[in-house]
Design a protein around this ligand. Structure first.
Ligand code: NAD
Length: 487
């Protein structure tokens, strides 16, 4: 075949280990050209009344509904067949549908109109001006959901969006953008480019605001590049999320919840449970029951739709998890079940892995593991548990499971994290459309909330229009800068 000069990146299939997809890499010139086109179209998009934009997005929702199955299949190919792959179409519809309900009111609430409190003769009026072009750079885990979590509200706000998905999981782009192409007004303001970190940097060079989801080291590079251009960036980074289980907790409920929170999607979730602190008197019984339940979990190696754990999506992640476990064992930890990376038909799998006798000297308790690993550590007092939970550079989410909500709430209030789940783990979906959150520490940077209706305000600048209804002050007056009541 003739060499057309298009650079491609090899993409590995997580179930077979085979390289079965060639990702065409967007050149620097292509990124700039797409950005310029989106920027030009955005002017009309932003000038539309919000109700008209909502109608366009409603048509897109209909197109996503039509392609629901293809979207699910592509996400399953990308990830290796996560449980939530099969829900991706519905999750996307929920995202778009949620903003159809919330966008107009959320923007309206940010508008101030009336007399100025400090200069009552001056009338103020807000104008919300969307950022022209938002760049979204997304990770390989939950690839479709995380590509759209910020892109959708940005579009509702009136911005255009240039998406760069992860080069590890790019297959969902085709069915997704077929739905976009079916809505021409949307296709004018929503596009994608493909490639690795170099393409990510090209995106940053061309946009007005960046939403990044990914690792801490890359987040740091994004922050530096955005600082150079003096453009805002919102960074959603990793986590090392703790759960505290007190002696009054119901053991059956606590183990069910902790196991799901740690191993869902093979632990490849930013808000996975990564550290488990259990009060001394129930520690042994908790661990026994956790091991028993962990051993009932099945791999989905035979059939992506049957079984509970899918393969590692990104092959090097299996080596990272193995390294964390080896370090822990070398420092005295014991693996009670799981712990091996198993190669099945080319895919890399790990069963739920319960580890005890862990300490904070181990990498397993400090760095993000991103695998189906449950390290359990005992504590004596609640003060000790809170100190252990807060002994981290991260602060994404946390969980507290106690005898009841009244016991758990004061503990939750002391944990440094953007969301604390009480009497369960993994309640993240509960917050997305309902309540604002800011991550703590290295888990997130950038001010505005990523969740809740006000998260749309990250994509607009608030401009103040001010009318003088009184007499303009004269420069010749002694008091021309003084406020009301000045002598
Ligand atoms: P990553 O940082 O390796 O890559 C993320 C994206 O950044 C990819 O699209 C990649 O191509 C791009 N990129 C890489 N180098 C770049 C550069 N120099 N300039 C611009 N772009 C660049 O992250 P990953 O491994 O794909 O994702 C896993 C990480 O994401 C985990 O740490 C996980 O905790 C985190 N994550 C966080 C959240 C959250 O909401 N806080 C959600 C999911 C995942």
């Amino acid at each position: 075949m003739a060499d057309l000069g298009i650079r491609t990146l090899p993409v590995r299939n997580p179930r077979t280990g085979a390289i079965d997809f060639a990702l065409p890499v967007s050149s620097t010139e292509e990124v700039a050209a797409k950005a310029a086109k989106l920027r030009a179209n955005q002017v009309k998009w932003a000038a539309m009344p919000i109700g008209d934009r909502i109608n366009v997005m409603r048509r897109w929702l209909g197109e996503v509904a039509k392609r629901n199955k293809d979207i699910a299949a592509a996400d399953a190919d990308d990830t290796g067949g996560c449980h939530t792959s099969y829900l991706q179409g519905y999750i996307t519809m929920g995202n778009i549908g949620g903003w159809i309900e919330d966008a107009e009111a959320a923007l309206q609430r940010a508008i101030v109109e009336g007399p100025s409190k400090s200069m009552p003769q001056v009338e103020v009026r807000s104008q919300l001006v969307p950022y022209g072009l938002v760049g979204v750079i997304s990770p390989w885990n939950a690839p479709m959901m995380l590509a759209l979590l910020d892109a959708v509200p940005a579009l509702f706000a009136g911005s255009a969006v240039l998406l760069k998905p992860s080069e590890i999981t790019p297959r969902f782009i085709k069915p997704l953008f077929e739905t976009v192409a079916a809505v021409p007004e949307l296709a004018g303001v929503f596009d994608y480019v493909m490639g690795d970190g170099k393409t990510g940097q090209d995106v940053i060079a061309n946009v007005d605001l960046v939403c990044f989801t990914g690792s801490v080291p890359t987040g740091r590079k994004i922050a530096v590049a955005c600082a150079e251009r003096l453009i805002p960036c919102f960074l959603e980074l990793g986590g090392k999320d703790p759960v505290i289980v007190t002696e009054h907790a119901d053991l059956d409920r606590a183990t069910t919840s902790v196991l799901r929170g740690a191993v869902h999607a093979t632990g490849q979730v930013c808000f996975s449970v990564e550290r488990i602190y259990v009060q001394e008197s129930i520690h042994d019984a908790f661990v026994d029951l956790l091991v028993k339940k962990a051993q009932e979990v099945r791999l989905n190696s035979d059939n992506p739709r049957a079984g509970h754990l899918h393969p590692f999506t990104f092959a090097p992640q299996a080596a990272i998890v193995a390294r964390h476990l080896a370090d822990a064992v070398a420092k005295g930890a014991k693996i009670l079940t799981g712990g091996e990376v198993e190669t099945i038909d080319g895919g890399l799998y790990m069963r739920p892995t319960v580890v005890v006798d862990v300490t904070h000297d181990m990498v397993l308790m400090r760095d993000e593991t991103f695998g189906p690993v449950l390290p359990v550590m005992r504590f004596k007092t609640i003060d000790e548990a809170v100190a252990l939970a807060n002994d981290t550079v991260f602060g994404l989410t946390a969980s507290v499971i106690a005898g009841d909500e009244a016991e758990a709430l004061p503990i939750a209030a002391r944990i440094n994290a953007g969301a604390v789940f009480i009497q369960d783990t993994f309640l993240t979906f509960g917050k997305n459309r309902t309540i604002g959150t800011n991550s703590f520490g290295f888990s997130g940077v950038g001010g505005g909330s990523r969740t809740g209706p006000e998260s749309i305000l990250r994509f607009v600048r608030r401009k103040a229009l001010m009318t003088q209804h009184g007499e303009p002050a004269s420069i010749l007056s002694d008091h021309h800068l003084a406020g009301p009541g000045a002598a």
